[in-house]
Design a protein around this ligand. Structure first.
Ligand code: NAP
Length: 254
C-alpha cells in the first residue's frame, strides 16, 4: 500500500471561491498534491494572493476573475483550462433574513450564487470530462444548514439543500462515464464568511459551536480542504453521490 492515491500530479483542477477561506485552502492543498490549479473568484486581489501562495509552495496556479453566476464566463474559463480532472465548486455567499422579511432579490441572489453557480460549474466540468474521456471528480460545497433549520437562514439553507440534490442527481448521470460527484457539508468553519468583525461577538459565536462539538473546537479552512482532497483524489474512487460532513461531530446547535 502507498499514499499515491492522493497524488494529483499531472491533473488539472478548477476551484471556484479560490480567493478566500475554504476555496483558497483547497486550491493550495490541491496544488501541494500536484495538481495544476485554476482559481476562479470575483475577488481579483484575493486570487492573486492565492496564486502567490501556491507559487511559494512550488505549485502552478492560473487565475480567472469571474462571477460564477455568469455561465458564459465560467464556461470560457473552464474551456481555457483544457481537459479537467477535478472541479471544486466552492464559491458561496451568506445571507440572513427572517422569513417574513425575505425579499425576492434576497432569494434570487442566494440561489444564483449558491445554487446556479454550482450548477454551472458542475455542468461545465462534466462536459469537459466527458469530452476528454476523463474519469474525473466533482466536489460541491453544501453546509450543515442543508438539513437543519436556523432562524434567518431560509435562503442559504434552501440553496444548500438544492446543492445536495444536484450532487446526488448528477452522480447518477455521470457515473456511467466514470465521473464521481460528491459534496462536502462543513459545520462552522473560521473564515471571512463567519467573521463577526467584533471580538466579543466572534468569541460568543465560536463558544456556542465549541460547546456542541465532541472535539471541542471550531473548524479551520484546512480541515475542509483535506475533505475536498479526499473526494477529489483516487483515494475515494468508490465514493459517489455522497455527502461528507466535516463538522467536529456536531449538527447545528439549535
Ligand atoms: P469566504 O471566505 O467568504 O469565501 C467565499 C469566496 O467566494 C469569496 O472569495 C467570495 O468573493 C467568492 N464569491 C462569492 N460570490 C461569488 C460569485 N458570484 N462568483 C465568484 N466568486 C464568488 O467563505 P467560506 O467560508 O470560505 O465559504 C466557502 C464555501 O463554503 C461557501 O459555499 C459556503 O457557503 C460554504 N460553507 C462555509 C462554512 C463556514 O462556516 N465558513 C460552513 C459551511 C459551508 P467575495 O469575497 O468577493 O464575495
Amino acid at each position: 500500500m502507498t499514499l499515491s492515491a492522493y497524488d494529483l500530479t499531472g491533473r488539472t483542477a478548477f476551484v471556484t471561491g479560490a480567493a478566500s477561506g475554504i476555496g483558497r485552502a483547497t486550491a493550495a492543498l490541491l496544488a501541494v498534491a500536484g495538481a495544476t490549479v485554476h482559481c476562479a473568484d470575483l475577488d481579483e486581489r484575493g486570487l492573486k494572493e492565492t496564486a502567490a501562495l501556491i507559487a511559494r509552495d512550488g505549485g502552478t496556479a492560473h487565475t480567472h476573475a469571474l462571477d460564477v453566476t455568469d455561465r458564459a464566463a465560467l464556461a470560457a474559463a473552464v474551456r481555457s483550462a483544457g481537459p479537467l480532472h477535478v472541479m471544486a465548486a466552492i464559491a458561496g455567499i451568506m445571507h440572513t433574513s427572517p422569513v417574513l422579511e425575505t425579499l425576492d432579490e434576497d432569494l434570487d441572489r442566494v440561489l444564483a450564487v449558491n445554487f446556479k453557480g454550482v450548477l454551472y460549474a458542475c455542468q461545465e466540468a462534466a462536459r469537459s470530462m466527458i469530452a476528454s474521456g476523463t474519469r474525473g471528480s466533482i466536489v460541491t460545497m453544501a453546509s450543515g444548514a442543508m438539513d437543519t433549520a436556523s432562524p434567518g437562514l431560509l435562503c442559504y439553507s434552501v440553496a444548500k439543500a438544492a446543492v445536495v440534490q444536484l450532487t446526488k442527481t448528477l452522480a447518477t448521470e455521470t457515473g456511467p462515464h466514470g465521473i464521481r460527484v460528491n459534496a462536502v457539508a462543513p459545520g462552522w468553519i473560521r473564515t471571512p464568511m463567519t467573521d463577526r468583525h467584533e471580538p466579543a461577538a466572534q468569541e460568543q459565536a465560536e463558544a456556542a459551536m465549541v460547546r456542541h462539538s465532541p472535539l471541542g473546537r471550531v473548524g479551520e479552512a484546512e480541515d475542509i480542504a483535506h475533505a475536498v482532497l479526499h473526494l477529489a483524489s483516487d483515494a475515494s474512487s468508490f465514493t459517489t453521490g455522497q455527502i461528507l460532513r466535516p463538522n467536529g461531530g456536531v449538527a447545528m446547535p439549535w
